[in-house]
Design a protein around this ligand. Structure first.
Ligand code: ADP
Ligand code: MG
Length: 343
């Protein structure tokens, strides 16, 4: 299905929160029966996290929210590519030298990333770390071609060896670097929901950057409605181009507009092709919808481009919404009737 974005509806119901790719919508009242809405936004996992829950007890809600942020901070400390003392940095430091013993969380996230690499023909590949480090989106550094070529030799997910019994990860080539930045937020969103439910919370929605995951039934009985941010680079960043009605599914979004700079008239962003080391421009925004936060897939599909991306989604039985470089929107059959396009 291919549609041009030209509809204009639902805008007045939209309530924008945080700087996430996706903006949360609450069409109903904020106080339904005995249940009250509690919401808190903090920085965690090097992004903005918003937890929104319904509860009949302020005390229970606050405890659940605090426990969840604590867990997200713990995951951030294990998985961060840029801090020296994370487990990921330890794995990277010993690349080509020896396997590193890690926690179940780190092992699970890397395990998930390998599945996504296989399913996207390597378009998603966390071993892109050595190339990611060459780019600097704050200082607007475009690495030179030869250095990129050189570091590309270190990019190949097949060179990650996981030993589930010993709980170790080994990167086969010296200098190899894994960067879980494209997948850790989804894993964290799934964990957060588990934790909130374990703390007795039956309904809510969490946003970890571009990962949005609702759970339970909204007290007003309406579906969870989530907006996808307009990817245009100028002027319209605070608007949304589509609204997705989710039941108990999660939505993950990747867009080139999240981290980018323009140099000598050329646009560079943070979603890189593992085959070339450069940003890919075929898509502007990719959202994937699935039971578990499908983080990683939007990045991989973004790299594959809209045509190949739609083929892969269909093959995998995943649902998604893609906006290509011309602004054409592609929606998989399974969610056609759950997506409203907005101008
Ligand atoms: P965000 O970090 O805004 O959620 P993404 O989920 O799209 O954005 O992930 C992009 C991040 O993933 C980059 O900042 C980089 O750290 C890493 N990355 C970039 N390209 C790839 C790729 N092809 N495969 C895996 N990770 C990637
Ligand atoms: Mg991602």
């Amino acid at each position: 299905m291919k549609i041009r974005v030209n509809m204009n509806k639902h805008l007045r119901q939209v309530c924008l929160t945080g700087i996430a790719v996706l903006l949360l919508l609450f069409a109903g009242s904020c106080d339904t029966g005995k249940l009250k809405i509690y919401r808190e936004t903090r920085a965690s996992l090097y992004t903005v996290v918003t937890i929104t829950i319904y509860s009949d007890s302020k005390h229970k809600a606050e405890a659940a929210i605090n426990n969840t942020f604590k867990e997200l901070d713990r995951l951030g400390a294990l998985l961060n590519f840029y801090s020296e003392d994370s487990e990921v940095s330890m794995i990277n430091r010993y690349s080509g030298i020896k396997p590193v013993k890690v926690s179940k969380d780190t092992l699970d996230v890397i395990g998930r990333s390998l599945d996504i690499s296989k399913n996207t023909d390597g378009a998603f590949d966390v071993t892109i770390g050595a190339v990611v480090k060459l780019w600097d989106f704050e200082k607007h550094v475009v690495p030179d071609e030869k250095t990129i070529k050189d570091k590309l030799k270190l990019v190949n997910y097949r060179n990650i060896l996981i030993d589930r019994i010993k709980s170790t990860v080994f990167l086969k080539k010296k200098g190899m670097q894994i960067d879980l930045g494209g997948i850790e937020k989804g894993y964290a969103a799934d964990r957060a929901v588990e934790l909130l439910q374990g703390n007795g919370i039956t309904a809510g929605i969490i946003a970890v950057g571009g990962e949005v995951k609702p759970f339970g039934t909204k007290p007003d009985g309406q579906p969870w409605r989530v907006g996808i941010r307009n990817p245009h680079f100028t002027g319209k960043e605070d608007e949304i181009y589509a609204i997705v009605n989710l039941n108990d599914k999660a939505i993950s979004t990747s867009g080139g507009y999240e981290k980018f700079f323009v140099k000598d008239g050329k646009l560079y962003h943070h979603i890189l092709n593992p085959a070339t080391g450069y940003p890919v421009h075929e898509c502007q925004s990719v959202s994937i919808i699935a039971k578990n936060a499908p983080d990683g897939y939007p990045t991989g599909i973004f790299v594959l481009g809209p045509q190949k991306g739609m083929e892969v989604l269909t093959k995998l039985g995943l649902d998604g919404v893609i906006m290509d470089k011309q602004g054409e929107v592609y929606i998989t059959k399974g969610i056609k009737d759950k997506v409203d396009l907005v101008k």
